[in-house]
Design a protein around this ligand. Structure first.
Ligand code: SAH
Length: 208
């Protein structure tokens, strides 16, 4: 099987097979090759239905989880997005194909640098990769139409909610021993609603 065939099979079985129909999101998955974002030694698992270690105790998320989090943001081409936890840069690349601008923040210098380099080489010019603690968000570029958090804080970080634009959505895994994927929506009047999506298991969000 070629890499392309393996990628198409991943999209068919893991995403479409689980009911994902958003053609924009599926198109972004076709355009971004997960193989480029996994460590060389794990190439054989590049399209597997699981998270994979990327070093420093961190993981690249399972493709389905990246897809569902992206879909739940409901992005359009004018959207500005904040991603907390760049990691491998895989989800960053997916987001950058669906939004106008993506700001992504990572606290581990080595991961920040390698993701930034890779995204540059691949030509993702609408991505701004920042090294730092994203627990407080990134107010310099706020507000955001979408915020996606890829490490789990124990409770919903208020600073992130504050950086959501009216009409914006935030997707985050919340909790310590047990985590729930939560979507927070801020309506045009600034009122918040919260939905529980399903239980998940992410690396913990560090603070400081
Ligand atoms: N979206 C990434 C997932 C990486 S795992 C991918 O698909 O590869 C989550 C990442 O969040 C890790 O790289 C971890 O270092 C980072 N992280 C944890 N706490 C953070 C914080 N407070 N600020 C920024 N990044 C953080």
């Amino acid at each position: 099987m070629t890499a392309d065939e393996a990628k198409n099979e991943m999209i068919q079985n893991q995403l479409e097979g689980r009911g994902m129909v958003d053609q924009d999101v599926l198109g972004a998955f076709r355009a971004v090759d997960r193989l480029l974002f996994v460590p060389e030694g794990l190439a054989r698992l590049a399209y597997a239905d699981e998270p994979l270690p990327i070093g420093y105790g961190q993981t690249i998320s399972q493709p389905f989880v990246v897809a569902i989090m992206t879909e739940l943001l409901g992005l359009n081409k004018t959207a500005r997005v904040l991603e907390v936890g760049t990691g491998s840069g895989y989800q960053t690349a997916i987001l950058s194909r669906l939004a106008r601008e993506v700001v992504t923040i990572e606290r581990i210098k080595e991961l920040h640098e390698s993701a930034k380099k890779l995204l540059d080489v691949l030509g993702y010019g609408n991505v701004r990769a920042v090294l730092g603690d994203g627990y407080e968000g990134y107010p310099e570029a706020a507000p955001y139409d979408g915020i996606v958090v890829t490490a789990a804080p124990p409770t919903i970080p208020e600073a992130l909610v504050a950086q959501l634009a009216p009409g914006g959505r935030m997707i985050a895994p919340i909790g310590s021993s047990e985590q729930m994927l939560v979507r927070i929506t801020k309506n045009k009047r600034g009122e918040l609603t919260s939905e529980n999506i399903f239980p998940v298991l992410f690396v913990p969000m560090r603070h400081g």
